[in-house]
Design a protein around this ligand. Structure first.
Ligand code: FAD
Length: 419
């Protein structure tokens, strides 16, 4: 949606959720001249994009407590960053290439070759198949298979047995080197920039409890009462809808499509280092987490070990809900090459976050193009955005931004047609 084309028929629109999905929808609708009001349950914008700053050895280090890597094909994210003058910082390492010291027979090359084989086989599938079944059929070297399965389960943040193989994403299955970036100064800067454009139209710390349809339009209910709108964009994580945490009367076809999504669960851990190490990426296949050191915006490696753990069983094994200690110990054992500082660890567990209750969505075996359509189809004047609605970029920041743009276009057309 280009700037400057005002809608012939401005509407009153509520946006629920100020993550990348909700914010992109709200900004683009506002640019079209619609009246927009964003309701956000947290006291900040950004949702699962959350940048924080740590003081380590007299240095201020920006960490990403949620989404971190900007990968190839993030066109809308790059477009927004260019508009707001936000630079991208090259991480200096590849998100895709990880060493696996627990399986010494596995090299980054053998893993990449098997990953490529699995992706080719996935493209030939004609029936619903889980990733476990696909890997069984390919019958590669057991260590190679264990490493690739771990690589996929960490990134999808859920078990391979419940993941759709035909949708095996480049971002999840690939082990080929490719550059990756983050926004210099923190990914959340994009959320702040988007929010600044509609600053008077965002209410923080205001959870929506229900959306109801009446003869006069839609009513959005919060603890402060009901608010009337013509259209609503619901941009909250899919599992909150599925679990009925936001009351909306959803039809069976929408619930059926939601049921063919799988919830990933993930946590992050940041461990301060005494010195700046080289860039690196090392995973634990056994405990389903990976660790990396990366450049910050000044092309200097930050003195911090970043850890990402995916898959609920393994988060439980690492005793994440009790605090960082067990995981920190495992990370130190995995990375004897690093000199760890004595100061505290920062743990962020998304599966216990009340406004996320998980990390991100994946497709279940049998997820179909019809399901993808159902996820983007409105229910009356209620429209849906969020990473889970973008079939090609599910689970990613880019998917969230694009979903907001798609929802904004749908509403703009609906409002014009109503004219
Ligand atoms: P959210 O960001 O979750 O926004 C939804 C908003 O709705 C939230 O702010 C929430 O507080 C609010 N909300 C919920 N319920 C209500 C309510 N009832 N009323 C009002 N507001 C409500 N993506 C990448 O591209 N690269 C990565 O490297 C990457 N790593 C990740 C690592 C982790 C640990 C996690 C958790 C995610 C990662 N992601 C990554 C995924 C990325 O963060 C998400 O895809 C994206 O940010 C989702 O945006 P969204 O707008 O769909 O949802």
């Amino acid at each position: 949606m280009a700037r400057g084309h005002s809608s012939p028929n401005p509407a009153r629109i509520a946006v629920i959720g100020a993550g990348f999905g909700g914010l992109s929808a709200a900004v683009l609708l506002r640019r079209r001249g619609h009246s927009v009001q964003v309701f956000e349950a947290r006291d900040r914008v950004g949702g699962r994009v959350w940048s924080d700053t740590l003081d380590i050895e007299d240095e201020r280090v920006v960490i990403e407590r949620g989404a971190e890597f900007i990968l190839g094909g993030y066109d809308l994210l790059r477009e927004f960053c260019a508009t707001f003058g936000l630079a991208l910082a090259d991480s200096g390492m590849s998100y895709y290439v990880r060493e696996c010291p627990e399986l010494p027979g596995v090299t980054t090359q053998t893993l990449a070759a098997f990953g490529a084989r699995a992706m080719q086989a996935a493209q030939r599938l004609t029936r619903p198949t889980s990733i476990t079944a696909l890997l069984d059929e390919l019958d590669d070297d057991p260590d190679n298979r264990a490493a690739l399965q771990a690589r996929i389960e960490i990134s999808a943040a859920v078990g391979a047995d419940v993941l759709d193989a035909s949708g095996i994403l480049f971002n999840v299955g690939s082990a080929e080197p490719a550059r990756s970036w983050r926004i210099a100064g923190g990914n959340q800067r994009l959320a702040h920039a988007l929010a600044a454009e509609i600053a008077d139209h965002i209410t923080l710390s205001c959870a929506v409890t229900a959306i109801t349809t009446t003869d006069e339009g839609l009513t959005v209910s919060t603890a402060h009462g009901g608010h009337r709108f013509d259209y609503v964009v619901v941009a909250v994580p899919f599992n909150l809808l599925q679990q009925g945490r936001l009351e909306i009367d959803l039809p069976a076809w929408k619930l059926a499509a939601l049921s063919r999504l799988v919830q990933g669960n993930a946590a992050k851990l940041h461990l301060p280092l005494r010195t700046s190490p080289p860039t690196s990426a090392v995973m634990s296949a056994r405990d389903r987490f990976w660790t990396w050191t990366a450049n910050d915006g000044d092309a200097k490696v930050s003195p911090i070990l970043n850890c990402f753990g995916g898959h609920l069983d393994f988060l439980n094994k690492l005793q994440v809900e009790r605090g960082p200690d067990t995981w920190a110990q495992r990370a130190r054992e995995l990375r004897p090459d690093l000199e760890f500082g004595d100061t505290g660890a920062t743990l962020t567990a998304w599966h216990v976050d009340p406004w996320a209750r998980g990390a991100y969505a994946n497709h279940a075996p049998g997820f179909s193009p019809a399901d993808a359509d159902a996820l983007t189809t409105p229910v009356g004047n209620i429209f849906f955005a969020g990473e889970y609605t973008d079939p090609d970029n599910i689970g990613l920041m880019e998917g969230a931004l694009r979903s907001g743009r798609r929802a904004a276009e749908q509403i703009d057309h609906a409002a014009a047609a109503r004219g």
